[in-house]
Design a protein around this ligand. Structure first.
Ligand code: C5P
Length: 284
């Protein structure tokens, strides 16, 4: 038997950093997240030998203990004393180290898949707990619907799906290290988005209000290191996006708009500027 699982990219419609925690150095976050229909695909199969085998078309990715999927499956095997083996083939479509949660989404998809393959009967909450040991965004990705996420990323409250629109993703050619961005983050002078209003807009299904309140407190820090991020954002607005914002710790910038021909115009305008541009839909 084999299981297919999709691992969609996420965007941060809102990301606020409340404080740096004294006890462990992690940051207290408030995020509004949503998923889009650009996804990796995982093919999960049982194998006769008691091993975890990860393969991927993205040959630059590690496939050993450093791989998120490997880590997630290894935790499941250890926690439940499972001596069966599994292989996972990951077809990467989501840009890596881009602020789109690709690696976290792969781990979440592996957890959902193994739960089905081995009929483990684990609840979403249990999958989230295991996922959180792998990375901050994994609990959100286990849910995969529009959600309000708090703490270090472990508390996930599902929201109604964000108002439907086109999303243009622009990924500059470099990657950024989330760890480095967090390590150099200055709390003084940080601009905080109004996450309550953003959340409200989604509950009310008010697109205009949503685009008015999207915001990311980490944007400034990444833009200072990488001015091209600001450039992309400005170009998106110039070409007619209703809102443009960096996702996560970057460097991907997304633009939102409801009209397809406008979305195409933004897509075409940015394609001359950056190689990696996608036009996608939000997931219902
Ligand atoms: O969990 P993830 O691997 O995505 O986090 C990468 C790094 O980002 C962490 O090692 C930590 O340094 C930083 N981080 C943080 N506060 C968070 C999440 C991540 O400081 N809430």
């Amino acid at each position: 038997m084999e299981i297919m699982e999709k691992a969609p990219a996420k965007i941060n419609l809102g990301l606020d950093v409340l404080k740096k925690r004294e006890e462990d150095g992690y940051h207290e976050l408030e995020m509004v997240m949503a998923s889009v229909d650009l996804a990796d695909k995982l093919l999960i199969k049982e194998i006769p030998q008691n091993q975890i085998v990860v393969r991927t078309n993205a040959t630059f990715l590690p496939v050993d203990e450093k791989n998120n999927v490997y880590q997630a499956l290894s935790l499941v095997k250890e926690k439940y004393g499972i001596t069966k083996g599994v292989s996972v083939d990951i077809k990467k479509n989501v840009p890596v180290a881009a602020g789109l949660g690709g690696g976290s989404s792969d781990a979440a998809a592996a957890l959902r898949g193994i739960n089905r393959l081995w009929k483990l009967g684990l609840t979403k909450k249990e999958l989230c707990e295991i996922g959180f040991e792998v990375g901050t965004d994994v609990p959100y990705c286990v849910h995969g619907t529009t959600a309000f996420v708090t703490g270090r990323g472990e508390f996930v409250e599902e929201l109604p799906p964000m108002p439907q629109c086109w999303v243009i993703l622009v990924k500059p050619q470099f990657s950024v290290s989330t760890k480095k961005i967090f390590a150099n983050l200055k709390m003084e002078g940080m601009e905080h988005p109004d996450i309550d209003k953003l959340r409200e807009s989604i509950v009310e299904q008010d697109y205009e209000k949503m685009v008015a309140y999207v915001g990311n407190a980490m944007e400034k820090a990444t833009m200072e290191r990488r001015p091209i991020v600001r450039d992309i954002k400005d170009r998106m607005i110039k070409y007619g996006a209703d809102a443009a914002l960096m996702s996560g710790s970057g460097p991907t910038v997304f633009g939102l708009c409801q009209n397809y021909s406008r979305a195409k115009r933004i897509y075409n305008g940015l394609r001359g500027f950056c190689k990696e541009v996608h036009i996608v839909r939000t997931i219902k």
